[in-house]
Design a protein around this ligand. Sequence first.
Ligand SMILES: [Cu+2]
Length: 444
Amino acid sequence: MRRRKSMNTVCIRRYGPALLFGVALLLSIVSPGWAEIPGVNGPILNCTAKADYITLGDGLTLQIWGFAPGNGRAQYPGPTVFVNQGETVIVNLTNDLAEPVSMIFPGQANVVATEVTPPTAAGLVTLEALPGGTVSYTFEVTEPGTYCYQSGTNMDKQIPMGLFGALIVRPSVAPFNDGKHAYNHEDSAFDREFLFLLSEMDIVHQEMVEFGEPIDTTTFFPVYWFINGRNAPDTMYPAGVPWLPTQPYNCMPMIMPGEKMLMRVIGIGRDLHPFHYHGNHARIIAKDGRLLSSVPGAGADLSHDLFTIQSTPGNTFDAIFQWTGRGLGWDIYGTGPGYEHDCMDMDGDGYDDMTYEYCADHGKSFPVILPAQLELTFGGMWSGSPFLGDSGSLPPGQGGLNPMAAFTFMWHSHTEKEMVNNDIFPGGMMTMMMVMPHGSMAME
Ligand SMILES: [Cu+2]
């Protein structure tokens, strides 16, 4: 708690004006129909490998190589592609770079690569598009789950340069094909889903590649760490903001109490990242696109709770995160005058049937006497009240990043040197998860 607060204080001093603008946009996206994982629908993806530039969390610009949708600009990461189990996926890759490129699809069987436009050549791993050429990769997605795609050529160079993306296969068996299940089993049910695609970058390598110099990939030493292609605090801006045209994806997980969040975690770089979340443990239900089942059909009977996902390069995890406030020992909706409310538990699950308040803690007063305002340093997420959805008075110019009075939790790499942008804290592989007040988000 103390640590989060000091973090927010630093954050608001350094990034306050920009974050304020971000929150104005954030408000506008808490509305029906907001795509929680932005991306493109398959099963056909036309993309071009090309160079472009990204903006890092400290404002530096670096060249990347990325997969561009169609003939558009390269993006970091490449398009997040949604397909349905059983579909035949066709990926047409055109090469606008000066060296051979290719694509591989870990976890997918029987990928057929064919030449569409010469020149192409057989590579070490798969058919490569030479500069100006186009290769088509075709495969059937037989299993739902969270996957990635990446370069299959000079991988120790091209993957750090940015040639990768996420592939999400939705289940096709009824009733699990409703967009609210990750796999063909009730254990994978979720209310909202978010992507956490983890990567890192060595600026010396990026610049050497930009200037056409050879690089020694054994000296890889990253100084920027990314979630979905952005460093904090840019992770918290909405997806698709115009000032990050080559980094269209954000990472701003939001749920209401009691909702199930599906976390799709993909390690795409060269390093492992212990991805750590605050607020609760998460239940790991799948790894590498397979439910953690003892036998087929058993569901996620081998699932387990973790407070940190050991994300390793090439691995994917699916986890279910839920926040209820159970066991806090105080009433999250407040007590006393002005905070009158009921905890109505007709179905006997221990929670209010509407707000998901934990009824055993209902009416229990907040166990801390808040210091007077002159004794406090304010973080931008502090709403002025400890209660969910409740705002209190703040000194002029304080707060403002959390207008819905959500509970906010830092989610970040637990290799804490990765919470920086080139040695400057805070930044890097970090975002804030928001538990939003009941009724503040559209139900889907
Ligand atoms: Cu922490």
